[in-house]
Design a protein around this ligand. Structure first.
Ligand code: HEM
Length: 582
């Protein structure tokens, strides 16, 4: 009991800065003198204090747990008035106690993430080391293609952008992550894209399931099959040229038309039945919806738990996340076209749509390849192949028009090839492939402006990732942004920010550069539609310039870009003249 008396002295001093409204110093003093009892000590232990602290510690929160105990004892010893006053003090103390533990836990978490965790040695912004909210706020600004360049400049090729996430622009690590046969699977970032779909390619995170799915549908996307799609592209190009005639001799946004061309093209190739976008515009709102889906996926993927909450609650709340519309509206569109296609005559081998190929597959393997899977594959085509292609075409046209010397050279070679009878109208794929400068323009434009403008996140497998002197443990989410790897001087030279198609003209250098060309992703997850896009771009670009002269309305103005996972540009605003009318 002697110890208790000493402790009580501390307790009284400790209380004095805390004032109970309406109570005098003396009243408080008396009240707590009563509290020397066995029950009192027991209660202190209940709050984890264990033993009394020396008076020098009294500013800490621990003495307040002491106060809470005093209230309990004062109930036996004092009148109603005093008990009420003590109760107020007790509440203050209890609130502080409640706050204290989470604050302490948070502090420990922050210190651990920043100074102890396996990623603590990877440089990056302070906030990013312990919360994904920092990266989320960066993403929401809509400039992550520029932010990633700034971050790599500031912190080097490895930047920690989240507690468990590292953005990488190191060539050696890049090859390990995205190299063929490497076992880096897609991260949870992709889960919202998949939503409730039972079959997917782009969004499938299970590597085994993905490779089965991909093997099943890959034939129509192969180079061998691509030539039978050429006729579809020609139909859409010719229609586009017709639509451009009334647009001549006045400024207009060519970008909007390129978006209609791109979706018109991929739907024609996919379903052999145009959705007629070039005539009706975005009447069904699919292009507008696509932006909603990308913008939503862009941030939800950073905090995938938001999607999990949505998944659990959507039965009551409905679909309130834009990203889920991919598996609903885009799929519904594909479904409708699949049904319409059943009414079409059989296509022949020289003019067969992707749906035609997939229908053949279904006839051969009805048990392995369901109609559901087929519709999902076609949904991917619309979603993955519209905006991406439009962005690529915008970049190519803008780069050509804003570099008069390259434009001149391109037009000169075009004319020469026409005069030599080396190219048709519309140009054929093999003719375009044999034109190195055209190929170089396409590569260089996609190097400078890759449409996918976010790190493509993968999970480090067993064994971890070792590159340079950095070790990243299994489970770390790593990702490279094409904008960053495409601007590494050690790969592309010192003039990385310049539009310089020549860098792709030498075949030996070209194949080395292609190893780091990331516009179409890499490894097992490389773009399935890559050959199709190359077909579209190779045919469209020269054919457009065969028929029209184009110039930028304001040759010095850069194209504004908004990054919502894809780096969407505005424009280009052009004035076109019909060459046929000269
Ligand atoms: C310029 C146009 C295009 C670009 C820049 C592009 C780029 C990409 C990229 C970077 C990926 C990998 C995404 C990732 O790893 O998360 C990808 C995947 C994919 N792309 Fe494309 N794409 C384009 C056009 C197309 C077209 C026209 C189609 C359809 C015909 C298509 C279908 C797909 C599919 C199905 C995947 C998923 C592949 C898989 O995971 O196995 N893409 N694309």
């Amino acid at each position: 009991m002697a110890t208790a008396a000493n402790n009580d002295a501390h307790f009284v001093k400790c209380l004095s800065p805390v004032s109970a409204p309406g109570q005098s110093e003396r009243t408080r003093f008396q009240r707590f003198e009563v509290s020397q009892s066995a029950q009192f000590e027991l209660s202190v232990q209940h709050f984890g204090v264990g033993e009394f602290l020396p008076s020098s510690c009294r500013i800490h929160i621990l003495p307040h747990s002491f106060i809470t105990v005093a209230i309990m004892t004062s109930l036996d010893a004092s009148g109603a008035h005093l008990s009420l006053a003590s109760l107020r003090l007790g509440e203050v103390a209890a609130n502080r106690q409640i706050l204290f533990l989470p604050v302490l836990a948070l502090l420990i978490y922050i210190l651990y993430q920043r100074y102890v965790s396996p990623l603590s040695k990877v440089p990056g912004p302070f906030l990013a080391s312990f919360t994904n909210l920092w990266w989320l706020s960066t993403v929401l600004k809509g400039e992550q293609h520029l932010d990633c360049l700034r971050l790599h400049r500031e912190y080097g090729p490895f930047v920690r952008i989240g507690p468990n996430q590292v953005m990488i622009a190191d060539p050696e690590a890049f090859k390990k992550i995205y190299g063929a046969g490497n076992n880096f699977q897609k991260s949870d970032f992709y889960k919202p894209f998949k939503a409730k779909l039972k079959w997917s390619l782009t969004a499938e995170t299970d590597g085994h399931v993905h490779s089965q799915n991909r093997r099943m549908v890959s034939r129509p996307y192969s180079m061998d099959s691509i030539r039978s799609l050429e006729g579809f592209v020609e139909q859409v190009i010719e229609h586009f040229l017709e639509k451009m005639k009334p647009m001549t001799n006045r400024p207009f946004d060519l970008g909007e038309w390129l978006a209609l061309f791109a979706i018109g093209n991929i739907t024609e190739i996919s379903f052999a039945k145009s959705f007629n976008y070039l005539d009706k515009g975005d009447a069904d709102g699919i292009l507008a919806l696509s932006k909603v889906v990308f913008a939503s996926a862009n941030w939800v993927g950073v905090v995938p738990w938001v999607y999990r909450i949505h998944h659990l609650t959507s039965g009551w709340t409905g679909n309130w996340l834009g990203v889920t519309m991919r598996s609903i509206k885009f799929r519904a569109l594909a479904q409708k076209k699949v049904q319409e296609h059943q009414l079409l005559q059989d296509e022949n081998e020289d003019h067969k749509s992707i749906l035609g190929y997939l229908q053949d597959l279904r006839r051969k393997k009805p048990d392995e390849f369901s109609e559901y899977a087929m519709t999902s594959a076609l949904t991917s085509n619309i979603f993955a192949g519209s905006d991406t292609t439009a962005i690529a075409l915008r970049a190519m046209i803008y780069n050509l028009l804003s570099h008069p010397l390259y434009l001149q050279r391109f037009l000169h070679e075009l004319k020469e090839r026409q005069m030599m009878g080396e190219i048709s109208d519309p140009i054929r794929l093999h003719e375009a492939e044999a034109w190195p400068f055209l190929q170089a323009i396409m590569y260089e434009s996609l190097r400078l402006h890759p449409p996918f403008a976010a790190p493509l996140p993968r999970v480090v497998p067993q064994g971890g990732l070792v590159a340079k002197d950095v070790f990243l443990p299994p489970g770390t989410v790593v990702g490279t942004n094409a904008w960053a790897i495409h601007r590494r001087p050690e790969i592309f030279g010192d003039n990385v920010d310049e539009f310089c198609p020549e860098r792709w003209m030498d075949s030996a250098t070209k194949s080395e550069l292609q190893r780091y060309f990331f516009a179409f992703g890499g490894g097992a997850r490389t773009c399935l539609g890559r050959n199709i896009v190359w077909l579209e771009m190779s045919k469209f670009l020269p054919t457009l310039f065969m028929h029209f002269d184009l110039k930028l309305v304001d040759p010095k103005a850069p194209m504004p870009v908004k990054n919502i996972f894809l780096a969407f540009q505005e424009g280009p605003y052009v004035i076109m003249t019909d060459k046929g009318g000269e």
